[in-house]
Design a protein around this ligand. Sequence first.
Ligand SMILES: [Zn+2]
Length: 267
Amino acid sequence: MLKNSIKSLAKIMIPEDERRKLRYYINKVYFFGIKYRCPICDSHLRKLKPFGLKFPVLTEKNIIGGGYRLNAQCPVCYSTDRERLLYLYLLSKTKFFSEKAKVLHVAPEDGLKRIIEKYSNIDYLTADINAKNVMVKMDITEINYPTGTFDVIICNHVLEHIIDDEQAMSEIYRVLKPGGWGILQVPISLSLEKTYEDFSVTDPSERETIFGQSDHVRIYGMDYVDRLKTSGFDVNIFNWQKDPEFCECNNKYGLLQSENVFVINKP
Ligand SMILES: [Zn+2]
């Protein structure tokens, strides 16, 4: 009751931007602890928050990168497990933050975007088909940039929304420079050998039941890498659980077990 009254009073008296900043610092103190560390907002935390959807298909099909996870979201900056993995991978396994590069970031993760924007070596372009907080509107099945424009493309959890994902992959391939690379994460089922898709399912609640989310059109299976290779990419899979730098820290970054990083290279 008192908490609600304080909240309502704060809403009236403090502008939204200031409230957000205040919430950030309050949460940083309230959740302070030594068990977890969020590299995105540099917080030390006693716990993370649950995150993800609870549709049964997500657990039945063992879909990594989707589904409900107990310790997934940073309570301070709201970064998710997959965003932290991406940042840590870029930071420790690539020269992303030190070399000059033209970077396309599709459907950018907020925390990561804020970090990348600070680096002057990165010529950074953010894009999305719907979101407002990006620099350009972009349909990745028809990228309005010349062949060989970008050194790096990051495009996570987008392909599972696109009916013609082959066209999207081939466009990403086209606009990458030869020798360029990228990261294309998708939710992926460890129990499906072959990707399951059915474009006749258009009803959002039916999609939730079948694919685990109202706007997904498929569940990627273990053949995801083959689909990337068909578009011409060389693919490397980074398994953080087998990397000493990542796994000798008791999962203090709260990463998702079994989530691999799919790194594409244009030969
Ligand atoms: Zn954080």
